[in-house]
Design a protein around this ligand. Structure first.
Ligand code: GLY
Length: 381
């Protein structure tokens, strides 16, 4: 166990389903002290993937054993393919084979795929058991591990089957960010920028000053940015847990992003966070085109994303996405399958400036097509 560690805390206020998020250094090595008070009996099963297991499973196992907590582990193949009906069946079968009981605890150790899959399995295993999120990517630390969305993909799209099942605890250990590739860390950073853009202009200003140092590994700055992101998400989730309204703001840039990801095959060519970066620029450009947002704000967004190394366009940014054949029509087709369609109408997250996102259904599809066409043009206008 590491004696001293930098740590901060965020509370998610959801009445009897409230929980804490701890953000800090070496939390995995100290996991026993956080996990122990939540257990009804000292038995956990850790669900992780091969890559994460190689880097972090031994230290988590050692920490739990040191606190006299029994821990079994299930190590899945890495990648999005586990987040499927077949992957869910396999995981549930392994949990049943281990005779996990209702008073036991599942620990999801990994990125968004592991968190979403293990969380969904926890929500239906014997009609629901407790689970803890231990996110190991920047993306999952600031977004997917918080707020209780769980689920799997189907052949018809991402996250189309799932549940809301809140974790009992989130432990975000920033030392796990050291084992990510720089590209992976950067993709997660797009979701950090999202919180500044959607509701906190001061935070965006802070990121303009500190984003590069954070990405280079500065611990204090990482903890501050993750905590600030989680505070923003916790406030929105506390207000609208099941996404009947405001929670949809967290999808800034995501309607565009999901269409780009679908066109690029959800693979290595375009990471989710990179698609979100491009999607956020599209949301700002669309807002400018509709006369809702100053052009200078859209330019600031573009400049910051470019400064840290994220793509902002589908063509011309020297990014592998430029090799993917896609058209305005094919992208519009994917956008029409979005979960945010109500009564046949698409809800867009637009903005009146940095830190001022809002929801609207009042968007002319022709304007959306123009934005897509501009992003697909070889040279910026
Ligand atoms: N990732 C968006 C949400 O949790 O609502």
């Amino acid at each position: 166990m590491t004696q001293s560690h930098l740590c901060d805390q965020v509370h998610v206020d959801l009445k009897d389903r409230s929980y804490d998020i701890f953000v800090g250094e070496n939390l995995l090595d100290n996991a026993g002290q956080y996990v122990q008070p939540l257990l009804r009996r000292p038995r956990t099963v850790i669900v992780t993937d091969e890559t994460v297991a190689r880097h972090h499973l031994p230290r988590l196992q050692a920490a739990l054993k040191a606190a006299d907590i029994d821990c079994d582990s299930i190590v899945l193949p890495p990648g999005e393919s586990s987040k499927s009906f077949a992957g869910l069946e396999n995981l549930l079968d392994q949990l049943l084979a281990r005779r996990l009981e209702r008073q036991d605890m599942i620990v999801a150790l990994g990125g968004g795929v592991i968190g979403d899959l293990a969380g969904f399995a926890a929500s239906i295993y014997q009609r629901g058991i407790d689970f803890i999120q231990m996110p190991t990517t920047l993306l999952s630390q600031v977004d997917s591990s918080v707020g209780g969305k769980t689920g799997i993909n189907t052949a018809r799209g991402k996250n189309l089957v799932g549940s809301f099942h809140q974790p009992r605890l989130v432990l975000a250990d920033v030392t796990t960010l050291d084992t990510l590739t720089p590209r992976h860390r950067l993709a997660g950073y797009a979701e950090v920028v999202k919180y500044g853009l959607l509701g906190d202009a001061d935070f965006f200003g802070w990121l303009e000053q500190n984003g590069t140092a954070l990405l280079a590994g500065n611990r204090q700055k990482q903890i501050y940015a993750i905590k600030t992101s989680c505070l923003a998400k916790a406030a929105i989730v506390a207000e609208d847990e099941k996404e009947s309204g405001r929670r949809a703001l967290l999808n800034l840039g995501h309607t565009f992003a999901h269409a780009l990801e679908a066109e690029s095959g959800f693979g290595e060519t375009l990471y989710h966070g990179e698609a979100v970066a491009i999607g956020m620029v599209m949301a700002f450009d669309l807002s400018v085109k509709l006369g809702l947002c100053p052009g200078t704000d859209a330019e600031r967004v573009r400049q910051h994303l470019t400064a840290v190394g994220l793509p902002t366009r589908l063509r011309g940014d020297n990014h592998p996405v430029a090799q993917i054949r896609m058209t305005v029509d094919s992208l519009m087709h994917h956008m029409a399958q979005d979960k945010k369609i109500a009564d046949g109408r698409m809800t867009y997250v637009l903005t009146s400036g940095i830190g001022a996102a809002f929801l609207t259904q009042d968007v002319d599809p022709e304007q959306v097509k123009t934005i897509l066409a501009e992003s697909l043009a070889e040279n910026s206008a």
